[in-house]
Design a protein around this ligand. Structure first.
Ligand code: FMN
Length: 171
């Protein structure tokens, strides 16, 4: 006689998901009126080098959901260590606008934030409904790197942390 596994507790599942350490990004897009908006996301994943593909997932209850369901492009801004305040600001409930003086336009027009480790300008290829999220698969059309930037912001067990830049190889 087979025994049914116990039902998954969502709180347990949330904690299990949280043991996977990630970086932290702010994903930005511009609305039809030209205003920039951003959302903190740690679901960003690089998918393919050739063709260059990435994805991230947006919750279907997010205030930014309609924007990202309609915008043809988005920019992934990868946050540096010590940038918790900006991560929390763009994780705040309600619409989080990107001010004109804190960004410049990527080739697609979506906002590139200043003071990040790197950014990727992305053209949306597929929107895949996956439970209470939608996977936004996109092609990278441009990207940039701050060579002088140091450590990365991390997220692990609901806490921000730091991923140290590798030490230079000695000898
Ligand atoms: C570190 C961190 C990572 C997050 N990652 C995601 C994500 O990948 N996708 C997502 O939809 N929301 C993510 N969120 C939640 C959103 O940033 C935001 O808090 C949430 O959408 C609630 O605000 P809203 O309803 O006004 O959009 C994350 C929040 C934090 C603090």
């Amino acid at each position: 006689m087979s025994t049914e596994p116990p039902p998954l507790r969502s709180e347990l599942l949330r904690q299990v998901f949280g043991t996977f350490a990630t970086g932290v990004t702010v994903v930005t897009a511009r609305d039809s009126a030209g205003a920039g908006h951003g959302l903190t996301a740690n679901s960003f994943t690089s998918v393919s080098l050739d063709p260059p593909l990435v994805l991230w997932c947006i919750g279907d209850r997010s205030d930014a959901f309609e924007l990202f369901m309609t915008s043809p492009s988005y920019v992934v801004n990868i946050l540096p260590a010590g940038d918790e305040a900006r991560a929390l600001r763009f994780a705040g409930k309600g619409d989080q606008q990107v001010a004109g003086d804190e960004s410049r336009a990527a080739p697609s027009g979506a906002p590139v934030l200043g003071g990040t480790l790197a950014w990727l300008d992305c053209a949306v290829r597929e929107r895949i409904v996956a439970g209470d999220h939608v996977i936004l698969l996109a092609e990278v059309t441009a990207c940039g790197l701050d060579e002088s930037a140091g450590d990365g912001l991390t997220y692990f067990r609901s806490r921000f942390g730091r991923a140290a830049a590798p030490l230079p190889v000695s000898g």
